[in-house]
Design a protein. Sequence first.
Length: 163
Amino acid sequence: MWGEPPAAIAARVARVRARAAEQGRTLRTGLRLHVIARPTADEAWAEADRLLAGMSPDRIAAAQARFGRMDSVGQARMTALHDGRADGLTVAPNLWAGIGLVREGAGTALVGSYAQVAARIDEYATNGVDEFILSGWPHREEAERVGAEVLPRVTALPVPLPR
């Protein structure tokens, strides 16, 4: 799955697990999110604002026109979070849909302090998400921040993360 508000993800997980159970099967679920984590929430949101400032209205319009021609339920779900508008991009606590204005596929990011991002990961895990694919920009630097500062604060995953 791609990042949607936690309640929507919980409902999807429950629905697909119920269908699997009807067939005598079990499954694990995964969630793909970008991450913008910084020591403070203000620093993280400033980085989200910086990324948004780099998205010209023409670039957003061109990307949204291309996405609109796609036959992808997932892409439609991402677009529905922002409707191509550059305002109102916070769609749940610490969940920002700005990336989806210009990037196809997974278009949301967890944005906040290290503790806030860890809390949101815990929330998704508590709602049934078993696996996470996390990324950010620049890739290496964000991966280092998440590995050093966010993942040690995550507590709800069913399988402990390597320390």
